[in-house]
Design a protein around this ligand. Structure first.
Ligand code: FES
Length: 137
């Protein structure tokens, strides 16, 4: 599994989202209350752009008349036909066993820790300062 520097942490403040391309794939990054998620920016239903979706909390109900709403917005609703996916697992909210979108492991690394890790573009040396979001795929 390769690690890719996706963006600077400064480019993705809490509550924001960012579309990047990693190894030829469109990847949607989300910062939900300081936690960063990465998913393939292609809805498995018909290819909608998930980065343009609506983030929402999850509503659960153990029995009729009793429900719980989690305000932590970790479900992305596709803008085309409203299918919803869990940013943490990639699973569909309606059919989690059958339908999912690709999700990627994300970490945050200091520039000094990435110096030996894929930060050389062809034959040109690259230097970084600050903190970066790293996606594994
Ligand atoms: S393309 Fe996403 S729900 Fe249809």
């Amino acid at each position: 599994m390769a690690r890719h520097v996706a963006a600077s942490v400064a480019d993705l403040p809490p509550g924001s989202r960012l579309l990047v391309e990693i190894a030829g794939r469109p990847v949607a990054l989300f910062n939900v209350d300081g936690e960063i998620f990465a998913i393939l920016n292609r809805c498995p239903h018909a290819g909608g752009s998930l980065v343009h979706g609506y983030l929402t909390g999850r509503l659960t109900s153990p029995c009729p008349g009793d429900y719980d709403y989690s305000a932590r917005r970790e479900l992305i609703r596709c803008p085309w036909h409203a299918w919803e996916f869990d940013l943490r697992t990639g699973q569909s909210w309606c059919e989690p066993e059958r339908v999912k979108t690709r999700r990627y492991e994300v970490s945050v690394a200091e520039a000094a820790d990435l110096a030996e890790d894929r930060l050389v573009a062809e034959t040109y040396p690259v230097s970084l300062e600050g903190t970066y979001i790293v996606v594994e795929m």
